[in-house]
Every structure is written in structure tokens, then in C-alpha cells.
Design a binder for this molecule. Structure first.
Ligand SMILES: [Zn+2]
Ligand SMILES: [Zn+2]
Length: 585
């Protein structure tokens, strides 16, 4: 029974009492107790077993609450909570999972509209009935609709990295405007560049936590304050995202950044390494272990910066994207950490669409936007004709587009701006029955061919794999686009034998794509690492459908970094001549 579980039980009692219209002081007592328990550094069980102390020594814990903690510790259950859970209709628990709906609002919804399910709530919002209830309004109604997905499935409500990063950037700018803020950084899975982010961990260095934490509470995007402690404040921000802000002193900032960046697995291994050296690492710093291996003691040996924390255990600094507890500590200790590819290394973008199919911007607009982003070459890869939904190109329209590319290249060469070369490309469709939707004699005239599978995604593994391997073996195919077809949070990957795909790509010199679209990001980190190990070169492409879409390249680069890819592993870090030399044939 962890502190967090005990705290959650008390929070739930407080919620249910409040729902029932219980005594406000009693409700507050449970909330305070929850906060005390959650804020304890040591397990509450160890307070109980310590002969020198009592549970009632803890802030806000009287004899009654101390008894409840003991019951929870002994039995894992609490009769009061079970009684309340029995008395309150089940829908209340569902409704309270909607960010922004506390017990009082839930009660108002149930009383006024007889809401009996999340589906009822959705219908009532859509019909505009919720805004009419006292204490609600059109804005609350809209935010309930936005947040319903979260209540239905918290796992699926993890935000895409790019969405979370935008929220974090806005918040960090806001916190930096606070005069007491010295430094502010995001830690956690956001900093590690994970595909999705469940909550935000923000760290601020300051000698004066109170105004910094107040600044978070005052943030216009803060929906709900979940917890206020001495150095930690938690709120519910936009999209139901939980945000934990911790304010730390200068001497601990690096240690805290390391600690809260995680991952858990990485930190466990790092602590083991520290222990082997008679050291202890925590969020405050690096300490010498007391004799006999007990707790930490003495002054902190390191902690102001992250590199010095790693140095204290004999390691170079490890990039956050690699901190997943795989082999990074071993690689670091052997001096074999990869020099990860960076956004600045990328010279070309080899997958994008225009108004000729389902893009929003014209050929010329896309190319100028790419040039403005410093790229030296792009491939225009509109859809082949099979993708009828996108008005895919047949042979005639494709050849006409390539004529336009020729003319554009001439005018680009003549206009005195930094040079950019446009490659004649196509995103050819890997057909359900096998084969591609444009004939080889057309593909032979292309500079760059992306082959992607858009239809027949439910076929069995051997069929899908055979279609893709056949495309890889086509001498004109340069790269396989979005090789697993997944859409994060929306659609699982199709059932393809990735090893067979990688083996065929290695054998034929075909590239595999990391699609930088934040919904896609396939190949993922593990698969891209496997491709690298097999000697397959990766292409990171945006698959942009608008000029704005070109900006997601950084998401693809992040995925490549998580895979441990170096500049040399990524084909579009080469010059155009270098890329063409790498291509098959
Ligand atoms: Zn596609
Ligand atoms: Zn595409």
C-alpha cells in the first residue's frame, strides 16, 4: 500500500462525501490528509513502525484518520470508502473522470438532467442542455465535450508529443516571466521525446518557490488545481493534461532534472551503478552512502548540472532520448554513445504532397517554403491513382506535374535565392493484390519513388508482408513510406513482418522511412534501431500536406534520436549527390 494509494483513497472519500453534500470540514479533513500522505518522502508505513513516532504526529492526521491509515495498511481496504461507493450511483465515478468535473458539478448534472452515462453526458452537451445548468456555461459545455475521450480511456488520452510540447512551451514562457524564476525546463517523457506524453513534469530553479507556484495557478490555461505543496504544485491544464511543477534550489537543479526526466528503468540502473561505487543519487544530488550501505550522508558531491551528476558515477552525459533503460549506460561507460542526428543535419525532405492530390498548397508554395526552411532538395511525392479519395495521379497527370517541376527548377536556379533542387517523385500505392499502381516504365523516369500501403490493411500478415517485400524488390522503389501504417491513438499498425521487411530492404539497398508526422512516427524507435543494425539507411520525411506540415521534421528527428541513429544512418543528411550515390541501381 503506497502513499499514493492511501492518498487516493482519502481523496475519493472526500469526493464522495462532497457529492453527498457532507459536512465541509469533514471533506476538508480528508483532502488535507490526502495531501499530507502524498507529500511524505518516506512510506507512511515506516512512520507507523518507528517506535519514536506516531501517525498522529503527521500534519492533519488525528486519531480517526490514523486508524483509517492503519486499516488500509493492514487490510488494503477501507469500510467507509466501500460504504460510500455503494451509496453513490456508479455513473458518478465515470463523470468524475472527466477533467474539470468535480463532485459538485457532477451532482448538478445528475440532479438537473438525470445523466446516467458518459454517452448521456455527450448527448446533453451536443444538444446544448448543459450550458443552461446553474454554474455551467457554453465554455464548460465545450470543454466537457473535449475531455470526454479522456474519461472514456485515460490511456488513449495521452497527448501526442507535439501537442504536449506546445503546451509545455507556452507554460515555460509564462513561468520564465516570473521574476523569481531562474531556470525553467520540461523533464519527463516530453524531454525524452516519447511519442505520447501522459503528464508534464516542469522544473524551475528558484530560491523562492511560493510566487513561482502561484504563477502556475494563475496561468490562464490552468483548469483546476490538484495539489499545492511547499515545493510542488499540480494542476490540470489544457486537454486534461496533468502538470506537476517542482521548484528546486540551484544546487539541486541538475539532479532534479536527471531524476524527473527518467525513465524509471534508466534511473534504477543509474542508482545501481551509484550504489556499486558507494554513492547514492536522488533528486537533490549525489551523496556518499553511509557505512554499512545505509542512507546517504554528508554534503552533496554533485547536483547543480546534469553532466556533473553523470560524471559523479563515471559516465558522460547521456542524451534524454536514450534514457529508456536499454543499453545506454553500458554504451556510455564504454565511450560508445552514438552521436545522435540533429535537425540541423537534415538537408532534404523526400515525401510531400501538393494541391495536385490531397495537399493544401501548390507545388511552388511547397518548394519555396522548404527553401525558407533551409533545405537543399525536396521530392514532390503526390499520391498515385489508386488513392482515388485524394484524386491520385494517373500517368498523364503525373507527367504533366513533372514538366512543371522542370520549369520550376529552371526558375529556381535563375532567381538568385539559395539553391534548392526539386526531385520528380511519386507516392506509389502498394496494391491489395500486389504490384504498384503505376507501371515500371513511368517509375523508371522518376527521381524518387516512395511506395506506401494504404489499402487492404486488414489482410493477414503473410499477404501484407509479401506485398511490401515485392515493392522493396522493385528496382525503381527508393523507400517504403510509413512502413507500418499506424496512427498513434487512432489506428494500430497493420500486421507486417518487420524483420522480413528490414531484411529485404538491406538486401536490395531500399531505404525505410521514419514518417515525421506526429500521428505516424513509423518506423518507431525499436524498428529503426533494428533497421540500422541491419545496415538499412533511414529517410526522415515530413509527408507534409501543407507548408505548415514541413515543420514536423523535428518530430521525425526525435524518433530517430530515440532509435540511436547518427547522421550517417539517415540518407537525407547527405548532399543530393551523396543521396543519389546511396540509392539503389
Ligand atoms: Zn501515404
Ligand atoms: Zn504521403
Amino acid at each position: 500500500m503506497t502513499n499514493a494509494t492511501i492518498a487516493a483513497a482519502f481523496e475519493q472519500i472526500a469526493d464522495l462525501l462532497e457529492y453527498q453534500g457532507g459536512n465541509v470540514f469533514r471533506v476538508r479533513a480528508y483532502r488535507n490528509a490526502a495531501r499530507t500522505v502524498e507529500g511524505l518522502v518516506e512510506p507512511v508505513a515506516s512512520v507507523r513502525t518507528d517506535p519514536e513516532r506516531r501517525l498522529t504526529d503527521l500534519d492533519g492526521i488525528g486519531a480517526d484518520l490514523a486508524g483509517k491509515i492503519e486499516t488500509l495498511l493492514d487490510t488494503g481496504r477501507l469500510p467507509l470508502l466501500e460504504k460510500l461507493e455503494h451509496e453513490v450511483p456508479a455513473v458518478v465515478f465515470d463523470l468524475m473522470r472527466v477533467p474539470g468535473l468535480g463532485p459538485k458539478k457532477v451532482k448538478a448534472l445528475v440532479d438537473a438532467l438525470g445523466i446516467a452515462s458518459l454517452a448521456d453526458l455527450e448527448t446533453a452537451c451536443q444538444d446544448g442542455k448543459v450550458r443552461g445548468i446553474k454554474g455551467f456555461g457554453a465554455k464548460t459545455e465545450a470543454s466537457i465535450l473535449d475531455n470526454l475521450a479522456f474519461a472514456r480511456d485515460p490511456e488513449r488520452a495521452r497527448l501526442l508529443w507535439e501537442e504536449a510540447e506546445q503546451i509545455a512551451r507556452g507554460l515555460i514562457d509564462w513561468l520564465r516571466e516570473c521574476p523569481e524564476t531562474v531556470r525553467a525546463e520540461a523533464a519527463g517523457s516530453l524531454r525524452r521525446g516519447r511519442e505520447t506524453v501522459g503528464d508534464l513534469d516542469i522544473l524551475v530553479e528558484s530560491g523562492d518557490p511560493v510566487p513561482v507556484m502561484q504563477r502556475l495557478v494563475d496561468w490562464p490555461e490552468t483548469d483546476e488545481v490538484l495539489l499545492r505543496g511547499e515545493t510542488k504544485t499540480s494542476v490540470r491544464g489544457p486537454r486534461g493534461l496533468r502538470i506537476d511543477l517542482r521548484v528546486v534550489a540551484q544546487e539541486s537543479f541538475g539532479a532534479a532534472l536527471q531524476y524527473f526526466t527518467g525513465s524509471k528503468e534508466h534511473n534504477v540502473r543509474l542508482r545501481t551503478r551509484a550504489r556499486d561505487r558507494g554513492l547514492s543519487i536522488n533528486e537533490y544530488g549525489v551523496f556518499r552512502l553511509a557505512d554499512g550501505g545505509g542512507g546517504a550522508s554528508g554534503p552533496s558531491l554533485a547536483g547543480e548540472t546534469e553532466p556533473e551528476v553523470y560524471e559523479a558515477v563515471g559516465l558522460p552525459w547521456i542524451p534524454p532520448e536514450l534514457r529508456e533503460g536499454r543499453d545506454e549506460i553500458e554504451l556510455a561507460s564504454e565511450g560508445r554513445l552514438p552521436q545522435l542526428v540533429t535537425l540541423a543535419d537534415i538537408r532534404g525532405d523526400l515525401h510531400m504532397h501538393t494541391t495536385a492530390t490531397d495537399g493544401e498548397d501548390t507545388l511552388a508554395e511547397m518548394v519555396r517554403a522548404a527553401r525558407a526552411r533551409g533545405l537543399a532538395y525536396v521530392a514532390i511525392t503526390d499520391h498515385g491513382k489508386r488513392v482515388t479519395m485524394a484524386h491520385g495521379l494517373d500517368r498523364t497527370r503525373l507527367l504533366r506535374q513533372w514538366d512543371a517541376v522542370d520549369r520550376l527548377n529552371e526558375s529556381l536556379a535563375a532567381d538568385g535565392e539559395p539553391p534548392i533542387v526539386v526531385l520528380k517523385g511519386i507516392e506509389v500505392d502498394i496494391l491489395e493484390k500486389g504490384g504498384l499502381d503505376l507501371p515500371d516504365e513511368v517509375l523508371a523516369r522518376a527521381d524518387w519513388v516512395v511506395a506506401s500501403l494504404h489499402y487492404g490493411q486488414n489482410q493477414p500478415r503473410d499477404r501484407i508482408t509479401a506485398r511490401i517485400v515485392e515493392a522493396i524488390e522493385n528496382p525503381h522503389v527508393s523507400v517504403i513510406g510509413h512502413p507500418t501504417g499506424r496512427l498513434i491513438n487512432r489506428r494500430p499498425p497493420y500486421d507486417v513482418d518487420i524483420e522480413a521487411m528490414i531484411e529485404a530492404a538491406a538486401r536490395t539497398g531500399t531505404f525505410l522511412e521514419i514518417n515525421a508526422n506526429p500521428w505516424r512516427l513509423d518506423l518507431d524507435d525499436r524498428h529503426a534501431a533494428a533497421a540500422k543494425a541491419a545496415g538499412v539507411k533511414i529517410v526522415i520525411s515530413t509527408d507534409a500536406h501543407s507548408t505548415r506540415g514541413l515543420d514536423v521534421m523535428r518530430c521525425g528527428v526525435l524518433q530517430a534520436r530515440r532509435a540511436g541513429l547518427e547522421k550517417g544512418d539517415v540518407a537525407n543528411t547527405r548532399t543530393l549527390a551523396g543521396l543519389q550515390k546511396l540509392m539503389k541501381q
